[in-house]
Ligand binder design. Sequence first.
Ligand SMILES: *[C@@H]1O[C@H](CO)[C@@H](O)[C@H](O)[C@H]1NC(C)=O
Ligand SMILES: *[C@@H]1O[C@H](CO)[C@@H](O)[C@H](O)[C@H]1NC(C)=O
Ligand SMILES: *[C@@H]1O[C@H](CO)[C@@H](O)[C@H](O)[C@H]1NC(C)=O
Ligand SMILES: *[C@@H]1O[C@H](CO)[C@@H](O)[C@H](O)[C@H]1NC(C)=O
Length: 550
Amino acid sequence: MAVKVSYLLLLLVAKCFGKPSPEDSLPATTTEPIPTESFGNVWKLDVQGNYWLFWKTNASHVIFETHVKTKGYVGFGLSSNGKMFPSDVVIGWVDSNGTTHFKDCHTEGHYAPIIDASQDWFLLLGKEDNFGTVLKFTRKLDTCDDKDYLITESTVKVIYSYHPDDPTSFSSLPWHGAERRGTKSLMLLTSVKANEYVPPSDAEQFDMLYHNYEPIITPGNEDYVHHIVVSNCPNATDADKDEVFECYGHRPKHLECNDIVIAWAVGGVAFDFPSNAGFSFNTPGDPKFLLMETHFNNPTMKSGIIDSSGIRITATQRLRQYDSGVLQTGAIVNKLQFIPPHEKNFLSRHSCSQQCLEKALVTQQNSMKVFATLLHSHLLGTSMVAHHIRGDVELEPLAQDLSYDFDYQDARVLSKEREIKYGDSLTIDCHYDSTGRTKPTLGGLSTAEEMCLAFIYYYPKTEISNCQSLPLYDQLGSNPGHNVDMMYSWNWQNQDVKAKFQDIMNKTNVYHICNSPTHPDSTNYQQNMYRVPEPRTKYTPPPRQCPGSQ
Ligand SMILES: *[C@@H]1O[C@H](CO)[C@@H](O)[C@H](O)[C@H]1NC(C)=O
Ligand SMILES: *[C@@H]1O[C@H](CO)[C@@H](O)[C@H](O)[C@H]1NC(C)=O
Ligand SMILES: *[C@@H]1O[C@H](CO)[C@@H](O)[C@H](O)[C@H]1NC(C)=O
Ligand SMILES: *[C@@H]1O[C@H](CO)[C@@H](O)[C@H](O)[C@H]1NC(C)=O
C-alpha cells in the first residue's frame, strides 16, 4: 500500500491571510433540515444529504433526531460491526392522518426487524416538514435489554434506511432497497461538537494548504487523504518558509519536527479548545514555524490525483488563561514494534512512565488537565485503551475504544476533564487482528505498517511532548534491530515459536523516550529502560444499573 508524505512549512506570522469570504461559511445547499431544538452534534449520514442525524447525550440518556428526505418509513439503528444483523433498530413513520408509528426492534437475519418485547426507545416527536420526515426519540445509554445495543464511548456503527412509502404495519415493511441504506461510524458520547463554534470577532484564520484547525479536504479526495499532522519546527528558519517537499529521504535534518500541535485523521471534524485554554503561538518559547505533514493513501495507485487539502487554524490576540499542550504517548514509530501474523487479538503494550510524567510536571503541586484524546493505529487495530495508573491503582481509562475503526478517527472530547498528577503513569494498549497477514507487521509510517499512538490534549503546557516506549527483545541479543530481523524470519505457524515470543514479550526491557524537542537546550531528559509495570489494582467499571444484575 503506497503512502506518500509531503510537507509544507509555513511561517505563521509573516503571511497575510484574509478573512474567509462569506460564501465559505454558508451551507453548501439550502436544503438542510432544521432541528426542533439545539443539538450539540449533527452528522449527514449519506453523501446525498438525504439522511441527517442530530443528537445529544447526558450521563444516562441520548436523544436522537433524524431528518430524512422521505414521506415513507425511516429506519435507524446501532450495530457493533455495521452489518444489518445483529443490530438494535427503531422503525418509524408518519401516516396520512399525521399519526406517528414508532417501535423498538432488533434484527436477527436478512429479513424485516422484529419488535422487541421490551420497548426501550421512546418517541418524543414525529412529523413531516418541507425536508421530509422528522423523528425525535430517546433511550438510556444502557437499557438493560439484551436486544438493545449498549452505548459506550467506543466507536459505534450507526445503520440507517428509508423508503418512499408508509407500510401498512410493522410486520409488512417493504424492503428499503440497496440504495436507501447505509452505515456510518460515530462516537456518540465523545464526539467533537459540530456547528457550535463561533469565532471571536477579532479572529484571524490561517489556511495551511498546499500552494498557499479545521480539515479542508479537496472535494473528491476524501478517500486518499489519510491523515494530517501539524508540528512545531523549532529549528526552522525564514529560508525554509513555504518549502514543500516529499518526506523520508528528502526531509532536511533540521526539519525533523516531532512536537505535534494538531492531529487530524480520516473522519475528523473541526476542533475547538476549552474556553480556558488555547494553543499559544509566537510568544517566546512558542512555535513560530509549523510543518504540515499529509499522509496519502492510494492503494490502487490511481494516477492524476491533485490534492491541496490542509488545515484551517483560527487564532485570536485575546489570550486564554492557559496554554495547552499535546502529549504523544504509545509506541515510538519504529520497526521495533513487532506484531506476529495469524493472531486474532495481539496486544502491543507501551508505557508513558511515572519518571517521565514527573519530569513534565516538575513538582507535586502541578498537574495536567486532560480535555481530549486521539487514538491512532492502522489497519490491524481493533481496540485501543489509554490506561491511567496512580501509584499501583488503575483509574478509569483516559480513552477507550473497543471497536476502533481506522476509517473513522477523530479527537475524543472527554465528558469531564481528567487530571494527570505527579506520580501517575500511563499504559497504552493496542490490540491487533493479524489473522489476514502471513508475515509479521512492523511499526512504521505506511498504512500497511502499524502504529499505536494516543495523543493527549491537556493544559497547562509542560516541557515534555513525547512519552513513548518500545520493547527491545533483549533476551535475543543486544542489537534490537537484529532481534527484529531474526524474529521476522521465524515460522509463526509454530506453537513453540509463539510461546517463545510470548515469553520474550513478558520479560523484555523497554526503551523509553521522554522528549522535549521544543526546548533542546534547556532540557535533556534521559532515555531509560524498564519494564512496563502492572498496576496492583485493576480498574473495574461501575456496575450496570439493571434489575437482576449484581
Ligand atoms: C438526561 O436526559 C434524559 C432524557 O432527556 C432526562 O430524562 C434525564 O433527566 C437527563 N438526566 C440528567 C441527569 O440530566
Ligand atoms: C386515518 O383515519 C381514518 C379515520 O379514522 C381511518 O379510516 C384510516 O385508516 C386512517 N389512515 C391510516 C393510514 O391510519
Ligand atoms: C535543533 O537543533 C539542536 C541544536 O543543533 C538539536 O540538538 C536538536 O535536535 C534540533 N531539533 C530538531 C527538532 O531538529
Ligand atoms: C506471559 O504473561 C501472561 C500475562 O501475565 C501470562 O498469562 C503468560 O502465561 C505468560 N507467558 C509466558 C510464556 O511467560
